[in-house]
Write a protein that binds this ligand. Structure first.
Ligand code: AP5
Length: 218
């Protein structure tokens, strides 16, 4: 089973992915996390990426499709991928179909996390994530059990970090980019009959429950 977790910035894609990784032993493919890993390298590419990401725009399809194909072609994660933050425009959606065909795979469902935009700025401004496993927490809605400590025993780190694009002006641009370029691809998937809508205004564990019930019926 391959799933797409879909929704605007702050909808809960990363949060819900981390639960599915734990309970379903799926592989999370987050283009945002892959890009942030590249930012740390200090390469020439990383400087270009930082500018684009801080402006809340989309990184070029070539860079993204290349990152994605590396993972889709990996037999150890075949048919067990959660796509988190990809695809983000029609071009990427079509490339994903081509890549999945090439490696004899398909998307089983696209989980559409529906939220009112009014809550997103607060969710994003309260977000802190583990620097090692990337699990997101929230200072307002989902505080870590111990301050500055991720609950995952496998992480040595005691550091919870904030993202540089989680400021109000970048978030406004990210939402505009989502509305203009990402939201329209839902129609592409609705025509294929694989979109499952989820009320992501509910508490985190209730959203997880809804997603698990959807995937148990796939
Ligand atoms: P990316 O990292 O993908 O960010 P995003 O899509 O903007 O999504 P977020 O990570 O902000 O939100 P999320 O839905 O994962 O929310 P989370 O679970 O953390 O992309 C960053 C940038 O990289 C882009 O702007 C772009 O430049 C570039 N990029 C990435 N992919 C690309 C692509 N494919 N093509 C081109 N460019 C690309 O939750 C948020 C907070 O809310 C957390 O604190 C969480 O604890 C809390 N929360 C979650 N659910 C709930 C709930 N139900 N109730 C209360 N609080 C909740």
């Amino acid at each position: 089973m391959n799933l797409i977790l879909f929704g605007p910035p702050g909808a809960g894609k990363g949060t819900q992915s981390s639960f599915l990784v734990e309970s379903e032993k799926m592989f999370q493919l987050s283009t945002g996390d892959l890009l942030r890993a590249e930012l740390k390298s200090g390469s020439d590419l990383s400087k270009q990426l930082k500018e684009i990401m801080d402006a809340g725009k989309l990184v070029s399809d070539d860079i993204i499709n290349n990152l994605i194909e590396k993972k889709i072609s990996d037999p150890s994660v075949k048919n067990n991928i959660i796509f988190d933050g990809f695809p983000r425009n029609l071009e990427q959606a079509k490339s994903l179909d081509d890549m999945l065909n090439k490696y004899n795979q398909k998307i089983s469902a696209i989980i559409n996390l529906k939220v009112d935009y009014s809550v997103l700025v607060k969710r994003i401004s309260g977000r802190v994530s583990c620097s090692i496993c990337k699990k997101p927490f929230n200072e307002f809605f989902d505080p870590p059990v111990e301050p500055n400590n991720c609950s995952n025993n496998k992480c040595d780190s005691r550091e919870l970090i904030k993202r540089s694009d989680d400021n109000e002006s970048t978030v406004t641009n990210r939402l505009k980019t989502y509305d203009d370029q990402t939201l329209p691809i839902l129609d592409y998937y609705r025509k294929k009959g694989i979109v499952k809508d989820v009320d992501a205004m509910k508490a985190i564990n209730e959203v997880t429950g809804e997603i698990k019930s959807i995937i148990s019926n796939l």
